[in-house]
Write a protein that binds this ligand. Structure first.
Ligand code: SOE
Length: 390
């Protein structure tokens, strides 16, 4: 095997994330000039017939129901973990031990303990030239990557305050069925880990400051739902039986950041009318930026050094060849969508593997986000922190 032979990939998971990552492996080598090719060797799922159908639909050469056998195969170089969170640690650690590069969906794990074991395994594997990355895909939305550049270049001055709200509404119907994302054993937490983790990662990525202290609250609005029939997208059809929701429906918390800034975070799947809105506002001593995932090709930028009388938020359409990742795609002004950051993730991971660099976000970064989520849960459980108004 030489550094220029194609990377042979095994993908674990056939759901929403399995489909998004499959598209990325298929498309990235066609739009980016990668140092190594990609072979979509095998996709792994629990159900043989469904996994075979997924292989055909998503473009994988083979289907398997045995991840242990797959991660041990000599003809696999990279394992991509897109299964529910309860299996991340076991699969990723086995794959790293077998000498495979590992891409793992976020949140890295269901608990800090699992995430620590994964980060330890990733550091040990790195000493053998084995690379690992956690899939916080939104870092690679061009407008969000560009926001970080502006902030890191000092264009908004010293960051003082950040606001991040990740708002969806796919659980608003209380008769919508249970899915694995509503089961603590499988998902670790609810809105907090599924989408709050993105908000934390994005604020930390843009500001370059990490969350050091939190004060948080969690709420479950609907504690019982019909069990799932067939999965459709994030949700699915309902069966007659009912099951317990064991995760948070909404999470909201404040945080103190390492560089002295303060932040507030919200994550909910009950924000009626908000489909996939991740709104991030960063305020600095001489400017501000605003990003909204529902308008993901745009970035608002307020430059406090503009002439008096001309100041105001300007809307930058982040589709120019000068912008991160944009030149590889469409002509100026022809925007990107939800799936593109996953291709950017594949692009960067392949370059890091070929050039022997530590990919970012690393498993250590994933562990740090897990520690923030855990601190929010601990704070929320400590009800003494609520202060009655009267
Ligand atoms: C994947 O990045 C992900 O966070 C999913 O796990 C969420 O469910 C989705 O709503 C946003 O993207």
């Amino acid at each position: 095997m030489t550094a220029t032979t194609p990377l042979r990939v095994a993908l674990i998971g056939t759901g929403f994330m399995g489909a998004a990552h499959s598209q990325a492996f298929r498309v990235a080598p066609r739009f980016f000039d990668l140092p190594r090719g990609i072979e979509m060797t095998v996709i792994v799922g629990r159900d043989a017939a469904k996994t075979q159908a997924a292989a055909e639909k998503l473009g994988w050469a083979e289907a398997s129901t045995d991840w242990r056998e797959v991660v041990a195969r000599d003809d696999i170089d990279l394992v991509d973990v897109c299964s529910p969170g309860d299996s991340h640690a076991e699969i990723a650690i086995a794959a790293l031990a077998a000498g495979k590069h590992v891409l793992c969906e976020k949140p890295l794990a269901n608990t800090v303990e699992e995430a620590k074991a994964m980060a330890d395994a990733a550091r040990e594997a790195a000493s053998r030239g084995i690379r690992s990355m956690v899939g916080f895909s939104y870092r690679r939305v061009p407008a969000l990557t560009f926001a970080r550049q502006l902030v890191q270049d000092g264009r908004i001055g010293e960051v003082r305050q950040a606001r991040a709200a990740y708002l969806q509404d796919w659980l608003v119907d209380e008769n919508g069925p249970m899915t694995w994302r509503l089961d603590k054993k499988l998902a670790g937490s609810g809105s907090l880990g599924d989408i709050g983790a993105h908000a934390v990662d994005a604020v930390q990525f843009i500001t370059g400051q990490i969350v050091e202290q939190v004060s948080g609250h969690l709420r479950t609005f609907v504690t019982e739902r019909p069990l799932l029939g067939e999965t459709v997208g994030l949700s699915g059809t309902a069966s007659e039986e009912r099951g317990q929701v064991t995760v948070d429906d909404a999470a909201w918390f404040t945080g103190q950041l390492s560089g002295g800034a303060v932040a507030s975070f919200e994550a909910t799947r009950y924000a009626t009318g908000r489909k996939n809105g991740l709104k991030i506002e960063i305020f600095g001593s001489r400017g501000a930026i605003v990003f909204d995932l529902e308008r993901m090709n745009e970035l608002e930028f307020y430059d406090g050094t503009d002439a008096a009388g001309e100041q105001g938020f300007r809307r930058i359409f982040v589709t120019e060849p000068e912008h991160p990742y944009a030149a590889a795609w469409w002509p100026t002004g022809h925007g990107l969508g939800y799936e593109h950051p996953f291709s950017h993730q594949v692009r960067d991971f392949v370059f890091d593997i070929a050039e022997g660099r530590q990919p970012l976000p690393s498993f250590d970064d994933g562990l740090q986000v897990q520690q923030v989520l855990d601190a929010v849960e601990r704070s929320a459980a400590d009800s003494a922190r609520w202060t009655a108004v009267s």
